[in-house]
Design a protein around this ligand. Structure first.
Ligand SMILES: CC(=O)CC(=O)SCCNC(=O)CCNC(=O)[C@H](O)C(C)(C)COP(=O)(O)OP(=O)(O)OC[C@H]1O[C@@H](n2cnc3c(N)ncnc32)[C@H](O)[C@@H]1OP(=O)(O)O
Ligand SMILES: NC(=O)C1=CN([C@@H]2O[C@H](COP(=O)(O)OP(=O)(O)OC[C@H]3O[C@@H](n4cnc5c(N)ncnc54)[C@H](O)[C@@H]3O)[C@@H](O)[C@H]2O)C=CC1
Length: 309
């Protein structure tokens, strides 16, 4: 542990060099984050609750890596093969969270969007991780400050909000709290750039930048559908061809997860309560019905539009 401390505090601007990353949660987002960190030369440990889940995460990463390799090394399949092997070699898995953070420089949390579970996780991590380790959450919509307060390291805490699919989408929102130190913030920005993202700085306000704009837009589309004003297909075609979006809003909900949208509007994040003047965030009967039937979009194979295909 002493070596790690020395290494991390020795860089010139006082900011930590991120060499080892622990990603907690190996689902849709966590596996993508682990992949890009490993493919850009970081040593990565990915944590989830069972070996079975981690085996699925690894299979998903291999599939995604082969798409990246095909594109990056299209004229040199051998180099593509080496890239895949090197990346896989840098990626390990663990089901023991405390063990996984023993020697890590950065923890990125990407578990279920539940404040109690996230707080419990961070509180345990605070005792287990070295003093220099920076903590970050990939939450879509929970306040970062509510997560940081379960630790004693608010100065080494921030948000790293990636976008789905992580290997493809170029943006990373870096969220800073008033307590986040300059060195921590700069380390997070440096890390974002090291994994190939363009970073933007956001304050800890609901939805940061992208989701604050995207969620109302998506909910307007869901309301159109609920009122029967247009079909899912027509809403999507309209926004793709009429406004230049790569995906229509209904297709996007299926892609991101209906559960994720519900967490934001009237689930864990309760935007319906924090922004009561905006009726878009009121419970949506159509969304609620699909979620209660376990139709969460791509991750379960059925959602708004997928069932129609
Ligand atoms: C909820 C939150 O908190 C925040 C969020 O994430 S909001 C959601 C943000 N995401 C979006 O808005 C997604 C918008 N959609 C898109 O960008 C695109 O539709 C898409 C990238 C998902 C798919 O693009 P597409 O052109 O329809 O399909 P496809 O041809 O399969 O993929 C395009 C490229 O991405 C690559 N790709 C797609 N998914 C990939 C993955 N998981 N891993 C690696 N590469 C992938 C493909 O290999 C393909 O590469 P080439 O161009 O070299 O062929
Ligand atoms: N789905 C999306 O498009 C986006 C989601 N996010 C955020 O990322 C986080 C993860 O979302 P997804 O990857 O979509 O969820 P997911 O449901 O695909 O994955 C969550 C994973 O966390 C694991 N997990 C749950 N509790 C755990 C614990 N205590 N310890 C270790 N692992 C645990 C689960 O087993 C699961 O594999 C959420 O906070 C979400 O709001 C952020 C950006 C985009």
């Amino acid at each position: 542990m002493g070596t790690v401390l020395k290494r991390s505090f020795s860089s010139s601007a006082g900011r930590a060099a991120i060499k080892h990353v622990t990603v907690i949660g190996g689902g849709l987002m966590g596996s993508g984050i682990a992949q890009i960190a490993a493919q850009t030369g970081h040593d990565v440990t990915m944590v989830d609750m069972s070996e079975d889940i981690l085996a699925k995460s690894k299979a998903y990463i291999e599939q995604s890596l082969s798409r990246v390799a095909r594109k990056k090394y299209k004229d040199d399949p051998e180099a593509g093969e080496n890239f895949m092997q090197e990346t896989t070699r840098r990626l390990s898995t663990n089901t023991d969270t405390r063990d996984a953070v023993q020697n890590t420089d950065l923890v990125i949390e990407a578990i279920i969007e539940n404040i109690d579970i996230k707080q419990k996780l961070f509180s345990g991590l605070d005792n287990a991780a070295p003093q220099h380790t920076i903590f970050a959450s990939n939450t879509s919509s929970l306040p970062i400050k509510d997560l940081a307060k379960s630790t004693s390291r608010a100065d080494r805490f921030g948000g790293l909000h990636f976008f789905n699919p992580v290997p493809v989408i170029k943006l990373l929102e870096v969220i800073r709290l008033p307590e986040t130190s300059d060195a921590t913030f700069q380390s997070l920005v440096d890390f974002g750039q090291a994994v190939g993202k363009t970073t933007v700085e956001a304050k800890d306000t609901p939805g940061f930048i992208v989701n604050r704009l995207l969620v109302p837009y998506i909910m307007e589309a869901v309301r159109l559908l609920e009122r029967g004003d247009a079909s899912a297909r027509d809403i999507d075609v309209a926004m793709k061809l009429g406004a230049g979006y790569s995906m229509g809003p209904i297709e996007l909900v299926d892609y991101v997860g209906l559960d994720t949208l519900k967490f934001v509007i009237d689930g864990e994040s309760r935007w319906n309560e924090s922004m009561p003047d905006n009726p878009l965030f009121n419970p949506s009967p159509m969304l609620n019905k699909l979620v209660s039937e376990g139709k969460l979009g791509l991750k379960t194979g059925e959602g708004f539009e997928i069932r129609m295909k």
